[in-house]
Write a protein that binds this ligand. Structure first.
Ligand SMILES: NC(=O)C[C@H]([NH3+])C(=O)NS(=O)(=O)OC[C@H]1O[C@@H](n2cnc3c(N)ncnc32)[C@H](O)[C@@H]1O
Ligand SMILES: [Mg+2]
Length: 434
């Protein structure tokens, strides 16, 4: 690799030092016999000054024509100058053009481009400082999760993505030909994590999950990153505590390490700073009452979609739980509430500011017969879940778990207007290219 200095390290203290920069042209402005060439690398942007009387006619003419995103290597002397970004600039003595670009397809201000154009050129747009900032926040949230999980004694496992059954309903399965059999892309690693708890007790995985969601909403992808935990001996209230401690750690740690990037997207950090346990907890019944009191047309037993959740989140200035959903709107594996057979021991975590559900979790049905009955009630064949049912035959234990949608969390933390901006190459019903 070439010996280079990164943009972030060009400081006034290096005044007079010879440095080499390697990066891409961010902007190119000529004033008389000088060119102000801003160069971008992965750490930031620095101003370089190319003077005709220093580099000569030919290099100056070449430099004049360099369009945005031309790849270059420059060598020169650092000059402290408070007018330059970062208080220093580089006066160029040598310019090597790796590849000159005349016309970069994305406008200098991407906000002027349509979302469709930015998505068509996603492979070029992801190099922009703003998209790079989103990816740094995302990686930091996951790094923080790993820190917490390691500290708290959770074991990472690596479940399959090629599976044979639905977890969250057959309507959103991606089916594929698996030699002479049928297989699906995993909707959730949950059932495999449930198998893993009999050895490791507290397990987690980070996998892509796939949903053939036809709904084109601001919070659905057809492929998303799914952080899932499962624990033996925990009930719903235990796992909700795990959720709020994990999410709080992730958010606070990311605020600590990526405040600059977060402030590129949101001015008000209040809800993030408020993200500390314990989170408020309301029942589904209370949620319905709140919505009805705000004029939302909803009855007990109805599911809450993005619109209803958006209204509900107006009541809170931090993430909060809704627990005790009606059984018929929830998944087959959820344990019935012993105090109310109409309900299940499930809880969603909703993010404030209109973002809604970021986590779905529940206590699992650990009784063999009841689980068989629930599978049948949902119109599925217990034979397809024989291995999963075995877990209720050989030392079954109370257990709970949840799944956090990583892009949903990123979208809330950065107040993105659509979940697609939270992933490197978004997959939606309308888009699978590039
Ligand atoms: N281990 C578990 O208990 C997880 C459980 N089997 C599960 O998949 N629950 S979930 O369907 O609510 O999805 C969990 C979360 O996964 C996210 N999710 C769920 N579906 C999507 C789509 N389509 N796009 C983006 N994000 C999605 C969202 O944050 C949900 O709260
Ligand atoms: Mg859910």
């Amino acid at each position: 690799m070439i010996e280079k200095t990164y943009c972030q390290d060009i400081k006034p203290e290096l005044d007079g030092k010879r440095v080499k920069l390697a990066g891409w042209v961010y902007s190119n402005m000529r004033v008389g016999k000088k060119i102000f060439l801003w160069i971008r690398d992965s750490t930031g942007i620095i101003q370089t000054v190319i003077a005709k009387n220093v580099v000569g006619e030919d290099v100056f003419e070449t430099a004049k024509k360099l369009g945005r995103e031309s790849s270059v290597i420059v060598e020169g002397i650092v000059k402290a100058d408070e007018r330059a970004p970062g208080g220093a600039e580089v006066h160029v003595e040598k310019l090597k053009v790796i590849q000159a670009v005349s016309e970069f397809p994305i406008p200098e201000n991407p906000e002027q481009a349509s979302p469709e154009l930015l998505l068509d050129y996603r492979h070029l747009h992801i190099r922009s400082p703003k998209v790079s900032a989103i990816m740094r926040v995302k990686e930091t949230l996951i790094m923080a999760a790993r820190e917490w999980l390691l500290r708290e004694g959770w074991h990472e496992v690596f479940p399959p993505i090629l599976v044979t059954g639905a977890v969250e309903g057959g309507a959103t399965l991606f089916k594929l030909k698996y030699f002479d059999k049928v297989a699906y892309l995993s909707q959730s690693a949950q059932l495999y994590l449930e198998a893993a708890i009999f050895g490791l007790e507290k397990v987690w995985s980070l996998t892509p999950s796939f949903r053939a969601e036809k709904s084109r909403t601001r919070r659905h992808l057809t492929e998303f990153w799914h952080l899932e935990l499962e624990a033996a001996w925990m009930d719903l209230w235990d796992i909700m505590k795990v959720e709020e401690e994990l999410v709080s750690y992730m958010v606070q740690r990311t605020l600590e390490l990526r405040k600059k990037e977060i402030e590129m997207f949101r001015d008000d950090l209040t809800t993030l700073k408020n993200t500390e346990p314990p989170f408020p907890r309301i029942s589904y019944d209370e949620a319905i009452e709140i919505l009805q009191s705000k004029g939302v047309k909803i009855e007990w037993g109805d599911d809450m979609g993005a619109d209803e959740e958006r209204v509900l989140t107006q009541e809170f200035d931090r993430p909060f739980f809704v627990y005790g959903y009606p059984k018929h709107i929830k998944a087959f594996y959820m344990k019935e509430d012993p105090n109310d057979p109409r309900k299940v021991l499930a809880a969603d975590m909703l993010a404030p500011e209109g973002y809604g559900e970021i986590i779905g979790g529940s206590e699992r049905e650990d009784n063999y017969d009841k689980l068989v009955q629930r599978i049948k009630e949902e119109g599925m064949d217990p034979k397809d879940y024989e291995w999963y049912l075995d877990l209720r035959k050989y030392g079954s234990v109370p257990h709970s778990g949840f799944g956090l949608g990583v892009e949903r969390l990123v979208a809330w933390v950065l107040k993105l207007d659509h979940i697609r901006w939270a992933t490197l190459f978004p997959r939606t019903p309308a888009r699978i290219y590039p």
